[in-house]
Design a protein around this ligand. Sequence first.
Ligand code: IMP
Ligand code: MG
Length: 176
Amino acid sequence: MIVHGKEFETYINYQRVSERINEIAERINIDYADKTPLFIGVLNGVFMFAADLLKEISLPVEISFVKFSSYKDTTSTGNIRKLIGLRENIKDLDIIIMEDIIDTGNTIAHVIEMLQEFEPRSVEIATLLLKPDVFKKNIPLKYVGFSIPNKFVIGYGLDYNGLGRNLKDIYQLKDL
Ligand code: IMP
Ligand code: MG
């Protein structure tokens, strides 16, 4: 598979992804048995994971999505992006943030920081992929689909410069 001139090979096929997501959903159904959590997905990459995960959740849930605006705040560090899309009053809610992949953890740290301001009752994270060799933050990740090596992946929502999000399987950049 060639994307933007780079070669990618199949890494995790959709069947394995799907089986793992079902396991995570089962755990969430148990952990939140008496609750009505609010799932918040971080767009764009999370759209496939969110859809497949939520179809297996048997709890009463609310669902929302946030996105980082491409607008960069030049008045401060020059690299602070604004989180947009949160409309709900999240005070005292049990929140599960959904991410496609956690790499450095900068994104998820930023999302958590923004949400904490509104005093939710609890915040947990569900990420399909994690690069543990890169992630060095002291943030507990409750639900992790797959821990993967520090190699670039695409497919199942993840892109390489805009392409590859529609691919059903997850692909890894091939070594030269
Ligand atoms: P972090 O802030 O470094 O944790 O990066 C998180 C974001 O970077 C993800 O939500 C993705 O959008 C992007 N990202 C990180 N690693 C990859 C990858 O291997 N493939 C595609 N996107 C990635
Ligand atoms: Mg993302």
